[in-house]
Design a protein around this ligand. Structure first.
Ligand code: NOJ
Length: 533
């Protein structure tokens, strides 16, 4: 727990609405989370990242923040948050909270004040208000599109338009304004003073916009979009880094950076900026040895010049659950593939997800586990349309089912919904499949063959194995369909992504395997950790 803990931490993502319900309203909350801290301790993680817990109308499940320095009543109170932080810390678990600086909620008092003020007023300058185009200003100021579908502009009654890269309920802040900067500084300090150990930065590359707001279609191909990765964003993170560095707890940042250019990505991880960024190329890669080897090599090469640790991420609350993704014909993550259901062989997907767990938990750097990954939960692809809550569903004119399928409340115990998530008889905010009995934490706890046991064992070994907590990796000679690498003096991981069983290299002991060996060979879609000396 000391000295640059973030360079090799195992971090578990909590999606508060869906983790555990302590108050009996069908929605996860801080009371539920506090009840389950023992489970997280037993799992063996070093830190938690919590998706937003702030006051919010929940137009985008809390990524629309109305008060950055208070807790939404759905989840509890500020006192509950402080008690939770103290309890997590007492167990040796650090806590990273989400910060949402690109946009707020349309219910944020400053946006409400901007709506009430006149065009050109100082209140409106905190956001991106502009007159429209067309004869009567009836057309949006430019051609930018919202990430959730439709134009990125909404018109207000006096005729002006405001920018929102996401839902209309999420107006974008104007980061050129000193008051916006100063207020986020206050927010960072507020939570650091309460002992949080870091921040996950939502849409970290989008804060600064090209002030000319040019049409995207007119720009040459290859130029970054005018709302993304603008050079001015780095100045903000340098200021934030100095604030984190001045905290006694070694607080860190992890950026949500969906940039495709590795050099542009690395700029965010320079020593005086963010500590880490999510590895989305890894999360997006197909279950294919060549593709994964390339991603691992590129990741390490991208991070080395800036001295930042890599992160390894298989999934999160925005993408298809791994067991389902790896069971599909197309095993990549793409946003197109998340729009609707696709057939999946869950037995195959589970086998691969087990192997992928041993892969991601033994690569050099920090690793993220999204809640439910350790239970091998599949994506719930058949949620009834009437329960879909993701704004993508409405905004897309019901052509994109959105991300609710990976946000279904966790199954803890028992034979039927709500599976211990809520008290018996309570309807959870998204319905759980009736057949999740074998996937509950309780059912898996004593089962040596379960996904939960695999994660618990792997996380324990990761902590005990010095070779896994420092240094890089060395590829070992192998078939092209096999990933085989050594770490330190005596650790080897082999993952077979081919169809035929393969021989293992010489070893002293099998530390852990994701499935049974067959006549001493490693079967398809199986991984093994070896001690070689
Ligand atoms: C990324 C978050 O992970 C996602 O859930 C959210 O909808 C968008 N940012 C907008 O805040």
């Amino acid at each position: 727990m000391s000295g640059q803990w973030w360079r090799h931490a195992a971090i578990y993502q909590i999606y508060p609405r869906s983790f555990a319900d302590g108050t009996g309203d069908g929605i996860g909350d801080l009371a539920g989370l506090r009840n389950r801290l023992g489970y997280l301790k037993d799992l063996g993680i070093d830190a938690l990242w919590l998706s937003p817990w702030y006051t919010s109308p929940m137009a985008d499940a809390g990524y629309d923040v109305a008060d950055y320095r208070d807790i939404d009543p759905l989840f509890g109170t500020l006192a509950d948050a402080e008690a939770f932080l103290a309890e997590a810390h007492a167990l040796g678990i650090r806590v990273i909270v989400d910060i949402v600086p690109n946009h707020c909620s349309d219910q944020h008092p400053w946006f409400q004040a901007a709506l009430a003020a006149r065009p050109g007023s100082p209140e409106r300058e905190l956001f991106w208000f502009r007159p429209g185009r067309g004869e009567h200003g009836e057309l949006p100021p430019n051609d930018w599109q919202s990430n959730f579908g439709g134009p990125a502009w909404t018109r207000v009654p006096d005729g002006e338009w405001y920018l929102h890269l996401f839902a209309p309920e999420q107006p974008d802040w104007n980061w050129n304004h000193p008051e916006v900067r100063a207020d986020f500084t206050r927010t960072l300090r507020f939570w650091l003073d309460r002992g949080v150990d870091g921040f996950r930065i939502d849409v970290a590359e989008a804060l600064v916009k090209d002030p000319a707001l040019p049409d995207f279609a007119d720009l040459p191909i290859g130029v970054p979009a005018p709302w993304l990765d603008q050079d001015g964003v780095h100045e903000i993170y340098r200021e934030w880094r100095a604030i984190a560095d001045s905290s006694p707890q070694e607080a860190i940042f992890v950026g949500e950076l969906w940039l495709t250019d590795p050099e542009r990505f690395a700029r965010y991880l320079r020593p005086d900026e963010l500590h880490t960024g999510f590895n989305f190329p890894f999360l997006s890669a197909a279950w294919d040895a060549g593709e994964l080897r390339t991603v691992v090599d590129q990741t390490l090469a991208t991070h080395a010049p800036v001295g930042a640790p890599a992160t390894w991420v298989l999934s999160n609350h925005d993408v298809t659950r791994v067991v389902t993704r790896y069971g599909r014909a197309d095993t990549r993550h793409t946003w197109d593939l998340t729009r609707e259901a696709h057939a999946a062989d869950l037995a195959l997907g589970t086998k691969r997800a087990r192997a992928a767990a041993l892969l991601s938990l033994s690569l050099p750097g920090t690793v993220y586990v999204y809640q439910g990954e350790e239970l091998g939960l599949p994506e719930v692809q058949d949620l009834p349309e009437e329960v879909l809550a993701d704004p993508r569903w409405e905004r897309s004119g019901h052509t994109d089912r959105g991300r609710d399928g990976c946000r279904v409340p966790l199954p803890w115990s028992g034979d039927a919904p709500p599976f211990g998530f809520s008290p018996a008889g309570v309807r959870t905010w998204l319905p759980q499949p009736a057949d999740w009995k074998a996937l509950t934490a309780e059912a898996q706890s004593g089962d040596p063959g379960s996904m939960l046991t695999l994660y618990r064992t792997a996380l324990r070994l990761r902590h005990q194995t010095a070779d896994l907590l420092a240094g890089g990796l060395r590829w070992l000679p192998s078939d092209p369909e096999v990933l085989a690498y050594a770490r330190g003096d005596s650790f080897v991981c082999v993952v077979n992504l081919g169809v035929e069983p393969v021989e293992l290299p010489e070893y002293a002991e099998i530390l852990l395997a994701s499935g049974d060996l067959v006549a001493g060979k490693l079967p398809a879609d199986t991984a093994v950790w070896l001690r070689t000396a």
